[in-house]
Design a protein around this ligand. Structure first.
Ligand SMILES: Cc1ncc(COP(=O)(O)O)c(C=O)c1O
Length: 361
């Protein structure tokens, strides 16, 4: 393997080479027996800068669940980003990098007493809630927390988070705000998440409108809120549909939240990491399966870990078929796909592009 590759804790770092070169080097070395992924730090950096440029009002709280590798979180910390943490383990990881706990939002609406106590003792101040039950726990275990009420916004998205998180804006939000006030808890803002991989660009706008209504309700009651958390959900495709959604968000912010003292934050995860990640696994078999109620034909790629349902685009598949018809199966074939595409593939919903590599035995 190339001498420029160094190994630390199972992570290989190759300077000044393309991610494809890294992958090829790993495959051709013959040492790589398991599926692996390559993470392109330059691409992650470009994504962060692009996000900042298109949404200048917004402070990023990186959803580290997207990639909690130390290099990625160090990059985020060095660029002055905050963090969306979803567990004590994630909080601990951030604090070990000497990042201030004030840069963390514990953005999970269901926390057990231990999690709350841990966050409070660690100096984390902000968290979210979406139920009366959570408020009662917060009252008991973390009464000085700064709270954001999470409302449900169900956009057209690949992963609909509204099925699990967020109170109903019409029927629950006001009651919860009143209950928090009765408990003497401090609600400082509104949070929402339009669902991951959101393709309905108006969803963020609806979220902002509802946040505005809740700000107004609180103001009337003599309680000030100052944070809007617009979550993640930015479509992590390679064609930057963020251009459209950012315009709408910027205009809506100007109209509904012109006061610069209102802090607008976002928790992008996939958007920052997706196109930086490529996953590789070896292919052992390919067979056709018939699929009902769907005119798309599908192939099953039997990789060395699992069956991968592949919903192919025609052009790709012709190329793959031709390629595979000449394969010598004593050699290993690797299939490369973008990590997020791979997840989509598992859900059998989206086309992708494939590159195949041989590993000579
Ligand atoms: C609270 C919260 N914030 C942010 C994210 C990141 O979302 P995305 O990867 O769509 O940017 C998630 C994803 O699950 C989430 O639950």
């Amino acid at each position: 393997m190339d001498s420029k590759i160094q190994s630390t804790n199972g992570i290989l770092i190759l300077e000044n080479e393309t991610p494809e070169d890294v992958a090829k080097a790993m495959i051709e070395s013959g040492q790589q027996k398991e599926p692996f992924y390559v993470f392109d730090m330059d691409e992650a950096y470009r994504r962060i800068q692009y996000f900042k440029k298109t949404l200048p009002r917004i402070q990023i709280f990186y959803a580290m669940k997207a990639n909690d590798n130390e290099r990625m979180i160090k990059l985020a910390a060095n660029l002055g980003m905050g963090f969306d943490c979803a567990s004590p383990g994630e909080i601990n990881k951030i604090l070990n990098l000497n990042v201030s706990p004030l840069s963390i939002i514990f953005a999970v609406t269901s926390k057990n007493p231990y999690w709350m106590t841990y966050a409070r003792k660690s100096g984390v101040r902000h968290t979210t809630f979406d139920s009366s039950c959570e408020l009662k726990k917060i009252k008991q275990f973390w009464a000085d927390a700064r709270l954001l009420i999470r409302i449900k916004i169900d956009g057209e998205s690949i992963y609909k988070l509204g099925e699990k998180f967020g109170c109903d804006f019409e029927t629950e939000a006001i009651d919860l705000l009143e209950e928090a006030a009765a408990f003497d808890l401090k609600v400082v803002g509104v949070a929402f998440h339009v669902g991951s991989g959101c393709f309905s660009i108006e969803s963020h706008m609806i979220g902002l409108q509802r946040a505005r209504a809740l700000f107004d309700h609180e103001a009337k009651a003599g309680r000030e809120m100052s944070i809007v958390d617009i979550g993640g959900g930015f479509l992590s495709d390679r064609t930057d549909s963020i251009n459209q959604v950012s315009k709408l968000i910027n205009n809506t912010l100007e109209e509904l939240f012109p006061d610069p003292n209102v802090k607008i934050i976002a928790e992008p995860g996939r958007y920052l990491c997706d196109s930086a990640s490529s996953m590789y696994c070896s292919v052992n078999n390919v067979r056709k399966v018939s699929v009902s109620q769907d005119e798309h034909k599908r192939e099953v790629l039997n990789s060395n870990t699992d069956y991968v349902m592949y919903n192919y685009s025609k052009a790709n598949f012709i190329a793959i078929n031709e390629f595979l018809s000449n394969v010598n199966w004593t050699e290993k074939i690797y299939v490369q796909t973008n990590v997020n595409e791979m997840v989509k593939v598992l859900y059998s919903i989206i086309r992708s592009s494939l590159d195949l590599y041989y590993e000579k035995e």
